[in-house]
Design a protein around this ligand. Structure first.
Ligand code: GCW
Length: 678
C-alpha cells in the first residue's frame, strides 16, 4: 500500500516546472563566491542529472561574443560575463538534462535586456485581473506592511522560478497605481522584497500615479513642467535609490481609463515621461510609459494609440521605453499587431503581453498563449522592408535602442499552484522563455514545459524510465497537441474571423455581444466592435471606413484594405460584410461563423477526452483539478457558442446549418444571467 502510493507522488503544482531532486554527485569548480553563485551551485547540486561524479567549471570571464547576462554552455562548463549569466547557464543546463536535449558547445544570449513581469497588485492584496488568489507582495494595506519569514520564503520561490526562465524584473504594483506605494512605509517593504529577489537577478520597479506630487506631496499641481513638481520627483527618486541602489524605474499608465497624466495639465506624454526620465537618469533607472491610451476624440479605438504617439516619435529621452500592448485594442484572443511597432523609429518601444487570461477564459479555460505570442512576434511589419518582424523591431536588431525590454502582465497569486490553473503555469513559463529567446517555437516551449512539469511520474516507473515511449505516446504527444491547438480553439468559440471585444461587461469572462448600458463610452461596449445589423457584421476599418488600415505599412495596408486579400482571421476586424458574403470555403459568412463556433466547442470536448485518457500518467490531484476545469470550460464554451449564434441570428435571420448541433440554451436566459466565472 505504502509502496504503491509512493509510485505516483502526490503533487499540488506548487513546485511549478522545478520539480527536480537529484541524488547524483557533482564536483563544482568556481573560484569566486557570491549569493548568486551560491544559488547556482546549489541548483546544480539539487538538480544534476548528467553522469554522476562529473566535474563542472563555472567561469566568469569577459567574452565579447557573450551579450549581457548570456552564457556559453557545454556539457561540463558554463562561462559568462556576469554571475547572473552563470545562474542562467545552470538553469539551462539542468533544463536540457531534464528534457533529454543534447548539449553542445553553444552561446545563448538574451533577446531583450529587460524581461519583466508586471503585477497588477493593489496595496490591499487584491489583484486587478488576477485569477489565482491574492497578491504575493501586498495585503491589508498599511496594516500588512510588516515582513514575515513566510513572505520571504514565498518571494524567494518566486524569484527562483523567474530566474529559471530568465525573467529579471518585476513591477510590484498595479498600473492603476495607488500613490501610497511611494510613501516611506511602502518603500521599506519594496526594499525588503528587493533584497530577497536581488541574488536571483530580479530588479524591482514601481508603477506610479502621475498625480502623486499633489496627492501625497502636498503640492498644488502635478504639472510635469512645474519646478516644484520636478523637484518633488527628483527628491522622491533619490529617496528610493537611497533604499534600493539597483531600483529599476517606473511604469506609468497616464491619461488612460481615468488615470491622471500630463494631458491634465496641457502637456504631452513626452513632457511627462521625460520629466520622470530625467529624475531617474543619474541612477540608471528607466521609464516604461504605456501607449494604452484613450484619446478624447471619437476616433476608432484601434487607431488611438498610434495617433497619440506617432507625432511624439523622437521626443523621448533614451531611458524612456514606450510599452505597447501586442494589439491595437486590448489583449483580445486575436488582434493584428499594433501598428506602432516598428513605425516609431526614433523611440525605444517594448511589447506588453498579458499572461493573466483576462480575455482568454481566466483561470478556467486551458489556453496556451505561446502560439498567440509567437504569431505576434513573427508578424511582419514591413516597416524596414520584408522581414521586419515585431521580434526584430523590438529586440534591437533593426533599430539601435539604448535599452530593449519586454513585459508580461503576471498571472501569479497566492494559490497553491501559483496560477489558478495548472496549465496557466505554462504561460508564465512561455513568457520567460520567449523573453529570453524571441524566436523559440511554441512547440519547443510546450515540449519542455510538459516534460518538466509532468515528466518523471509515469505510473509504476522509475526515474530511469523518463519519457518512455509509452509516456511520450500517451501523454506528451496528445497533451502537447492540445496545448498548441488551445488558443485557436478559444478564438473559434469566442470571437472567430476577426471579431473582437464581445465580452460581457466588466468581468470579461463570458459572452456579451449585447452589452451596451446607457451612458457607457461606446468603445467599452461590444456593439461598437461587432457592428452587427441586418445588413452584416464587422468593423469597417478600410480606407472608406475608419481608415485604420492606413496605419500599417505597405503591402499590409492594401492587403488588409482589400476584402479579397485580407486574411480571413482578420476579416471582421477590418471589414463590415453582408451575411451572405462568400468565404473562401464557398460558404456564406453566416454559415462560416456558425461552423467556427461549433468547431471551437468540439475542440474543447476533444480536449476533455484527451485529458481523461492521461489518467494513468498524472498524479491524482493535478489530474482531477484539470479534469474539473475542463468540465467547467466545456459548459461555458457551450454558452459562448449559443449566446453568439443566437444573438447574431437576430440580425442575420438565417438558420444555423443543419449539420451542426443547434444551440441548447435560450438567448433570453443567457442575457439575463450574463455568465460569471464558475
Ligand atoms: O485590459 C484592460 C483591463 C484593465 C487594465 C487596463 C490596462 C489595469 O480591463 O483592468 O487596467 O486594460 O491595461 O491598463
Amino acid at each position: 500500500m505504502i509502496l504503491s502510493a509512493a509510485i505516483i507522488r502526490a503533487e499540488d503544482g506548487s513546485k511549478l516546472w522545478l520539480r527536480y531532486v537529484s541524488t547524483k554527485t557533482i564536483t563544482i569548480l568556481c573560484d569566486t563566491n557570491s549569493p548568486t553563485l551560491a544559488i547556482a551551485r546549489n541548483e546544480l547540486e539539487k538538480g544534476w542529472d548528467g553522469e554522476a561524479g562529473t566535474t563542472i567549471a563555472l567561469t566568469i570571464k569577459e567574452d565579447k561574443t557573450i551579450a549581457g547576462d548570456g552564457f556559453r554552455l557545454s556539457e561540463n562548463s558554463i562561462q559568462a560575463n556576469t554571475e547572473l549569466g552563470i545562474l542562467y547557464g545552470v538553469f539551462e543546463l539542468l533544463r536540457r538534462q531534464q528534457t533529454g536535449q543534447t548539449i553542445e558547445e553553444e552561446i545563448s544570449n538574451p533577446s531583450y535586456e529587460f524581461r519583466i513581469l508586471d503585477h497588477w497588485d493593489n496595496p490591499d492584496g487584491s489583484i486587478e485581473r488576477g485569477y489565482a488568489g491574492h497578491s504575493i507582495f501586498w495585503h491589508d494595506g498599511q496594516a500588512g506592511l510588516a515582513v514575515t519569514e513566510n513572505d520571504k520564503i514565498l518571494w524567494e520561490e518566486y524569484a527562483r522560478a523567474n530566474a529559471s526562465i530568465g525573467i529579471n524584473g518585476a513591477v510590484l504594483n498595479n498600473v492603476n497605481a495607488s500613490p501610497l506605494m511611494l510613501t516611506r512605509e511602502y518603500l521599506e517593504r519594496v526594499k525588503a522584497i528587493t533584497e530577497v529577489l536581488r541574488p536571483y537577478g530580479i530588479r524591482t520597479y514601481l508603477s506610479i500615479k502621475f498625480s502623486a506630487p499633489s496627492l501625497i506631496g502636498g503640492l498644488k499641481t502635478s504639472d510635469p513642467l512645474n519646478p516644484e513638481v520636478i523637484q518633488w520627483w527628483q527628491t522622491k527618486v533619490k529617496e528610493i535609490y537611497s533604499l534600493i541602489s539597483d531600483f529599476g524605474g517606473f511604469l506609468v499608465k497616464a491619461n488612460s481609463e481615468g488615470q491622471p497624466g500630463p494631458q491634465n495639465f496641457g502637456r504631452t506624454h513626452a513632457d511627462g515621461a521625460n520629466m520622470l526620465a530625467d529624475a531617474l537618469m543619474p541612477f540608471g533607472g528607466i521609464v516604461m510609459w504605456r501607449a494604452f491610451v484613450y484619446s478624447p476624440s471619437n476616433e476608432d479605438r484601434a487607431k488611438q494609440a498610434y495617433m497619440e504617439f506617432m507625432p511624439l516619435d523622437g521626443q523621448f529621452r533614451n531611458n524612456v521605453i514606450i510599452q505597447i500592448k501586442n494589439g491595437p485594442v486590448d489583449f483580445q484572443p486575436r488582434e493584428p499587431f499594433s501598428p506602432l511597432f516598428c513605425a516609431m523609429k526614433k523611440t525605444s518601444v517594448m511589447p506588453e503581453l498579458q499572461i493573466t487570461q483576462e480575455y482568454l477564459g481566466q483561470s478556467v479555460h486551458l489556453v496556451f498563449l505561446s502560439t498567440m505570442w509567437e504569431e505576434f512576434l513573427q508578424s511582419d511589419t514591413y516597416q524596414e522592408g520584408p522581414g521586419s518582424i515585431v521580434a526584430h523591431c523590438t529586440d534591437g536588431s533593426i533599430f539601435l535602442q539604448k535599452y530593449t525590454a519586454i513585459a508580461g502582465v503576471s498571472n501569479i497569486g497566492l494559490d497553491t499552484n501559483w496560477c489558478g490553473h495548472h496549465f496557466a503555469q505554462a504561460n508564465w513559463y512561455a513568457f520567460g522563455r520567449l523573453a529570453w529567446n524571441n524566436t523559440l517555437t511554441s512547440e519547443k516551449i510546450a515540449d519542455e514545459w510538459l516534460k518538466l512539469t509532468f515528466g518523471q511520474i509515469a505510473s509504476g516507473q522509475t526515474e530511469a524510465a523518463n519519457f518512455s515511449t509509452d509516456w511520450t505516446e500517451h501523454f506528451l504527444v496528445p497533451v502537447k497537441q492540445m496545448m498548441l491547438d488551445s488558443r485557436e480553439a478559444a478564438v473559434n468559440y469566442m470571437m472567430p474571423l476577426g471579431l473582437h471585444h464581445i465580452f460581457a461587461g466588466n468581468h470579461h469572462y463570458g459572452p456579451g455581444p449585447w452589452y451596451a448600458p446607457k451612458g457607457l463610452r461606446p468603445d467599452w461596449t461590444p456593439p461598437y466592435y461587432h457592428r452587427a445589423d441586418t445588413k452584416g457584421i464587422g468593423f469597417d476599418r478600410t480606407k472608406t471606413g475608419s481608415n485604420a488600415v492606413s496605419q500599417y505599412h505597405e503591402p499590409l495596408c492594401s492587403e488588409f484594405n482589400d476584402v479579397n486579400t485580407c486574411p480571413e482571421i482578420y476579416l471582421l476586424w477590418f471589414h463590415h460584410l453582408p451575411w451572405d458574403y462568400k468565404m473562401k470555403s464557398g460558404r456564406s459568412l453566416w454559415d462560416e461563423l456558425c461552423y467556427h463556433y461549433d468547431a471551437g466547442l468540439k475542440q474543447v470536448r476533444q480536449f476533455q477526452k484527451i485529458w481523461d485518457a492521461t489518467k494513468p500518467y498524472v498524479d491524482p490531484g493535478r489530474f482531477a483539478d484539470v479534469q474539473n476545469k475542463l468540465r467547467n470550460q466545456n459548459q461555458n464554451v457551450q454558452i459562448w457558442k449559443d449566446a453568439c449564434l443566437l444573438y447574431f441570428q437576430q440580425f442575420s435571420q438565417r438558420p444555423v446549418p443543419e449539420d451542426i448541433e443547434p444551440p441548447v440554451n435560450n438567448l433570453k436566459d443567457l442575457m439575463r444571467n450574463d455568465i460569471r466565472r464558475p
